[in-house]
Design a protein around this ligand. Structure first.
Ligand code: SF4
Ligand code: SF4
Length: 409
């Protein structure tokens, strides 16, 4: 297939030349520097906060040949690495082939996994491969905390995979943690656990995306916990990866390391398992859908010319946040967090550390329901090791289990 080159200019004429990187990023780049590619919606787990509501495979998933074509395109665009996720990417039968294919085409791969397929043999294979990085997902530093969110046995699966990687001599692998109300008190334990495997800790912000929207109220850190997290990052941040996760905390005072800007559509985007391209992995919703890699011109055309991405590449000029004294540090926070809690995109983040998010949530139009993603591949029935968090509504076996008088006239 010959890629049809975009007819519109690919470099914004108003993008500043030289100066601070953040100012250039605001206007977008010719290729994303943080591209996430979810290879499949299939997953052996059913984590309560899954941002992509994964579980069942989508029959329209990109074929092996189509996935190879995407990799060819990324190579042409000089995308040097891609974050591969899902669902659980390793359950795709061609996962190991696509990994090799990407590396052979100078596209490094960083993949996230729950560890289900990382036995000793795979760990040794990964340790012997250059340009590959692995992230094991854990949302509790103990089985008790982790398994309530990710499902019974998931802590044991992940730590076994970590042991296998460490034993195989794998370097620089990561433990990836979504910070929640339940695990924020375990940050030191996470660090110790990660260090014990010779790995590096990566923490990310919990967003109300996918199934995360259903448990947002119960799981997102309290204001006091956000302060605790900020202090912990100031003390430990140099050795911990965070991506663009916590820049809204910079409004407490000191800027944190990492990208202090929402990179959605500017330097960040998502390709989902069926080839749809969204502005950010946390924004799987029609409003943030820019195109599909199967369309004429492929991914390059979507990235460089879609109307949505052009729009996102403009600096914010209006809205409540631009009047805030902390705007330069916090930039209004996370677009996805605002959108999925039903707040305006130019107003404060729901977790605004100055407290304006709470005010905005309270003032939110009572009739207004928070937008839901149109994508949901959650398992329709029970899954082995189902998470126990928030106890799925307990259904009494018989009416009289609840009250001896229930149902009686
Ligand atoms: S929408 Fe939120 S998660 Fe996505 S790039 Fe922006 S700040 Fe990051
Ligand atoms: S009002 Fe907006 S810019 Fe100010 S701290 Fe809150 S989220 Fe950040």
């Amino acid at each position: 297939m010959t890629a049809v080159l975009p007819s519109r200019p690919t470099v914004r004429p108003d993008r500043p030349v030289g100066g601070r990187l953040i100012d250039q990023f605001e206007y977008g780049l010719d290729a994303p520097i943080c591209l996430t590619w979810e290879l499949t919606y299939a997953c052996n787990l059913a984590c309560v906060h899954c941002l992509s509501s994964s579980g069942r495979r989508d029959p329209r998933e990109l074929s092996t040949a189509e996935a190879e074509r995407v990799i060819d395109e990324l190579q042409r665009m000089q995308v040097f690495y891609v974050n591969v996720g899902g669902g659980e990417p390793t359950v795709r039968p061609d996962f190991w082939h696509l990994l090799d294919y990407a590396i052979d085409h100078q596209v490094g791969v960083k993949f996230s996994t729950n560890g289900i397929k990382l036995d000793k043999k795979r760990a040794a294979q990964l340790a012997a491969t250059d340009y590959v990085d692995v992230q094991l997902s854990l949302d509790g530093a103990t089985a008790e905390v982790n398994d309530r969110v990710r499902g019974t046995g998931s802590f044991a699966t992940a730590t076994r995979a970590l042991e296998n990687l460490a034993e195989a001599g794998m370097k620089d692998f990561k433990v990836s943690v979504v910070v929640t109300r339940e695990n924020v008190g375990q940050l030191d334990q996470f660090k110790a656990l990660t260090d014990s495997f010779g790995a590096q800790l990566r923490i990310t912000r919990f967003r109300p995306s996918g199934r995360g929207a259903d448990v947002w109220d119960e799981l997102h850190p309290t204001q006091a916990q956000q302060r605790e997290l900020y202090n912990w990052l100031l003390a430990n941040g140099d050795n911990v990866l965070t991506g663009d996760s916590f820049f809204h905390l910079s409004a407490y005072g000191e800027a944190l390391p990492g990208l202090n800007l929402c990179g959605a559509g500017r330097v960040v985007c998502l390709i989902d398992p069926v080839g749809d391209v969204y502005a950010c992995p946390f924004a799987i919703h029609e409003n943030f859908l820019a195109g599909n890699v199967r369309d004429e011109g492929g991914f390059q055309r979507v990235w460089q010319t879609s109307d949505l991405f052009q729009e996102l590449r403009s600096p914010q000029t209006g809205g409540a946040c631009t009047k805030c004294a902390h705007f330069d540090a916090c930039r209004g926070g996370c677009m996805a967090a605002k959108f999925f809690t039903g707040l305006p995109l130019d107003g404060p983040d729901p977790e605004c550390v100055q407290g304006y998010g709470e005010t905005a949530l309270a003032a939110r139009d009572a009739d207004r329901t928070a937008p839901k993603s149109h994508i949901d591949h959650s398992h329709s029935g029970p899954v082995r090791g189902q998470p126990t968090l928030l106890g799925f509504p307990s259904i009494p076996a018989k009416l009289c289990d609840e009250s001896p008088l229930a149902g009686m006239q």
